[in-house]
Ligand binder design. Structure first.
Ligand SMILES: [Zn+2]
Length: 515
């Protein structure tokens, strides 16, 4: 039998051909050098991609979430989706009863199609109705009542009654049963050093102005505010209102012998009201539904620190999860503020999956009801999950998804924190990153104001540059197509690297020294 020699030859040939393969496999069996900390961080940082963040924004803006108005079933479904992602990465639930949710009372209004705004215009002996265009010329008030009112429009300046300031926009005019036209804010600018403004500030709230109109017997309002959508206001039975823009205001003033610009300039210059009945008859109509029983929720998840002492220090990442809902068309709120949620989720995933764990605790809060008066952050600050005095820093995000550079308020207020941002940017990101000081003299429009007033170092990050081709603030046009995902990815990577760096340091305190 000659089979053995043939087999031997074959074996030899096989071994020769595959020798390099076996050699490689042998080498692979030897353990590779352990990854350095730097490599572990880089690996986690690169988990987060443009497409992933873009898909988050797309999901948040989907019809099924109906514009994420806090309190609605659609908002709750969206909050569940965010919680499911946190759970899938092993981020810990730290909300009510071991859930990812921190609930709070949150009445809300639904506004449906069917509203309108028109003016009666006399043409000879006939009256014709000029109707105004939804969104271009008016947007229904976010907390309007349902119904219709046709009445004369009375201009009431800023709608302020402040006896202690010797100022009353309602003095000498009768608004009973009428529609009032008023401006937002007060007749002066909020600025840091202004002691004068501080006295006027309580009157700058939409709620105070609306309630003052109701107290004077007005039945409706056209609010010179945009027109942009905004659900941050009071609800009063039977009080119907719209937000209007310059075209409507100009029509109200036309033929009265006054101009809007001069009239307002006079009020501001002399701090004397210029209210007057305009003689214009308008119809304000809305179809709406009030839900006083509404419950809102923040979504909260944490990555607990690993160091027995340092874990008591907390870094918070936050951004609003909510938007305006439907007014009556859906407001998608892509940049404001689905992009903030996407960035927050990106940081959470990178951190949860990183082979290095932070020594300090990192908390992610996706706030409800930012748009309805920062109620979610207000509730958190009154019911903090971790003590506020151990909260090292609150990193808030507002519109971090449109543009090509990164900006932050608070950079100059907290230089010790800012150095971590600059270091990470120089090493890994290479974007134009800039920032100013933090101050909140006016009304609280941002979640970070609540934390700031509680003494927590608070910064708000956003993107700037490359403006959108048309206004997108609080209207139907803030849609996912305008988002620039690369800036979100860079923001995630910047936050991740800076936070991992600061979480690895010994004792830190970003609170400015008390003078
Ligand atoms: Zn907003």
């Amino acid at each position: 039998m000659k089979r053995h020699p043939v087999s031997a030859v074959l074996l030899a040939v096989v071994l020769t051909i595959f020798a390099p393969v076996f050699a490689t496999q042998n080498a692979q069996r030897q353990a590779p050098p352990p990854a350095t900390d730097e490599q572990k961080l880089l690996e986690a940082m690169h988990i987060i991609t443009d497409i992933k963040l873009y898909d988050y924004v797309k999901e948040l803006c989907a019809d099924k979430y109906a514009g994420r108005l806090t309190g609605t079933p659609e908002y709750n479904a969206c909050a569940e989706w965010v919680a499911s992602l946190l759970k899938s990465w092993g981020v810990q639930p730290v909300g009510d009863k071991g859930t990812y949710f921190q609930a709070f009372p949150n009445p809300y209004s639904l506004v449906f199609k069917g509203g309108m705004l028109s003016m009666n215009i006399a043409v000879g002996k006939d009256i014709i109705k000029k109707t105004y265009k939804y969104e271009d010329e008016f947007i229904p008030g976010g907390t309007t009542a349902s119904g219709e009112v046709t009445a004369e429009v009375v201009f009431v300046g800023y709608g302020v009654t402040a006896p202690e300031l010797g100022y009353d926009d309602y003095q000498g005019v009768d608004v009973k049963g009428k529609i009032v036209l008023m401006d937002s804010e007060v007749p002066m600018v909020a600025s840091d050093s202004s002691d004068v403004f501080r006295k006027w500030r309580p009157y700058s709230f939409h709620q105070v102005k609306l309630e003052n109109a109701v107290a004077h017997g007005a039945k409706g309002m056209i609010y010179n505010y945009g027109p942009i959508g905004n659900p941050n206001n009071s609800y009063r039975d039977g009080f119907i209102y719209h937000h209007v823009g310059a075209a409507v205001v100009a029509d109200v003033f036309a033929g009265t012998g006054r101009t809007y610009a001069d009239t307002v300039a006079k009020i501001r210059k002399d701090l004397k009201p210029q209210s007057f009945p305009t003689g214009k008859i308008m119809t304000v109509k809305n179809v709406a539904e009030r839900h006083p029983e509404g419950i809102g929720a923040n979504v909260v998840g944490a990555i607990p620190g690993t160091d027995p002492k340092l874990k008591d220090d907390v870094v918070i990442f936050g951004g609003p999860l909510d938007h305006l809902g439907r007014l009556w068309e859906m407001m998608p709120g892509a940049n404001d503020n689905a992009t903030a949620v996407a960035v927050g989720l990106g940081v959470a995933e990178a951190m949860a999956k990183c082979a290095i764990k932070p020594k300090r605790t990192v908390l992610f809060v996706f706030f409800g009801s930012e748009e309805q008066g920062v109620a979610g952050s207000d509730y958190y600050c009154e019911h903090p999950i971790y003590p506020l005095d151990k909260t090292l820093v609150f990193i808030n995000m507002e519109g971090p998804g449109m543009g090509d550079r990164i900006s932050a308020s608070g950079a100059r207020t907290y230089p010790a924190f800012w150095s971590f941002i600059e270091k990470a940017n120089q090493k890994y990101i290479h974007r134009q990153v800039s920032g100013g000081a933090t101050s909140y003299p006016g009304r609280p429009r941002q979640d970070s104001a609540r934390f700031f007033w509680k003494g927590v170092p608070s910064l708000t990050f956003g993107a700037s540059g490359k403006p959108a081709p048309y206004p997108t603030y609080h209207n139907t046009k803030d849609s996912v197509e305008l988002v620039t995902p690369e800036i979100m990815t860079d923001m995630v990577r910047l936050f991740f690297m800076a936070t991992m760096d600061l979480c690895a340091q010994d004792a830190l305190n970003f609170r400015p020294e008390k003078k």
